[in-house]
Design a protein around this ligand. Structure first.
Ligand code: NAP
Length: 250
């Protein structure tokens, strides 16, 4: 199996893409650390994937708070004695509104979780990877198709995801010498609790723009996460991979 002997730390593990990533990476042989702001949901994820021969754990984590990220790392080190070599930044939120109506609070909240959260988790865990001399690190960040072209009602979200993409490219340049690869996946429309919030009329409009004529599944993103986490992608770093059914522009 492509991830045998590896351990993966996955944020946003209580739902949607993060939950599917836990399931697929476990299927591919990794130990799973499921981290979420709602630890009960992360525990539920573990119940879906529990394998008797694996050391899995659930961790309570608010990615936007550095103390919470440091505490999570401490808990992980207590259990595994070394940091995970795979970090998957899946935690994310939307607070949609038209630009002229978007509150400063909703702008900041989205930046704090999506962009600052990806930074804090990447910095904290990669420092630990370097300190513990863990080899073949792989960070997978979940950006978005809307970070490339913008999207009506999502100035905050689109800007945060554009930030995640260039954060990824910068991290790849800095961390390559440490043997850590850093890549981003840019999902299109994926059926998860996050997209349940999108009005049906808009969903129909987007579906018409997708050459494969349907939304994606969380598992279709998770398969690419597993590829980027594994040695099968050993010469890929700083890449942004579109997984969007052919959707060119939102
Ligand atoms: P989701 O089902 O809402 O899952 C997101 C998870 O992150 C939830 O469990 C959520 O917990 C958790 N979370 C929220 N704030 C957090 C925080 N501060 N710290 C730790 N965990 C937190 O969404 P999803 O669709 O799977 O999205 C996963 C990632 O893919 C996100 O980064 C999203 O932006 C990105 N993405 C999704 C799509 C799509 O179409 N679905 C497209 C492009 C990109 P609560 O539920 O308790 O808030």
């Amino acid at each position: 199996m492509s991830l045998s002997g590896k351990t993966a730390f996955i944020t946003g593990a209580g739902s949607g893409i993060g939950r599917a990533a836990c399931q697929i990476l476990s299927r591919d042989g990794a130990n799973i650390i499921a981290a979420d702001i709602n630890v009960k949901n992360a525990q539920e994820t573990l119940q879906l994937i529990e394998k008797p021969d694996k050391t899995n754990m659930a961790v309570s984590l608010n990615v936007s708070e550095s103390t919470s990220v440091k505490t999570a790392l401490k808990q992980v080190l207590e259990t595994y004695n070394q940091p995970p070599s795979i970090i998957v930044n899946c935690a994310g939120i939307t607070r949609d509104n038209f630009l002229l109506k978007l509150s400063e609070e909703n702008f900041q909240e989205v930046m704090d979780v999506n962009l600052k959260g990806t930074f804090l988790v990447t910095q904290t865990f990669c420092n630990a990877i370097v300190e513990h001399k863990v080899t073949k690190g792989s960070v997978v960040n979940i950006a978005s198709v809307v970070g490339k072209n913008g999207n009506i009602g999502q100035a905050n979200y689109a800007a945060s995801k554009a930030g995640v993409e260039v954060l990824t490219k910068t991290a790849a340049k800095e961390l390559g010498r440490e043997g850590i690869r850093v890549n981003a996946i840019l999902p299109g429309f994926i059926t998860t609790p996050m997209t349940e919030l999108v009005p049906d009329k808009l969903k129909e409009m987007f579906a018409n723009k997708i050459p494969l004529s349907r939304f994606g599944t969380p598992e279709e993103i998770a398969e690419v996460i597993s590829f980027l986490a594994s040695d099968k992608s050993s010469y890929i770093t700083g890449a942004s991979i579109d997984v969007n059914g052919g959707l060119i522009s939102t």
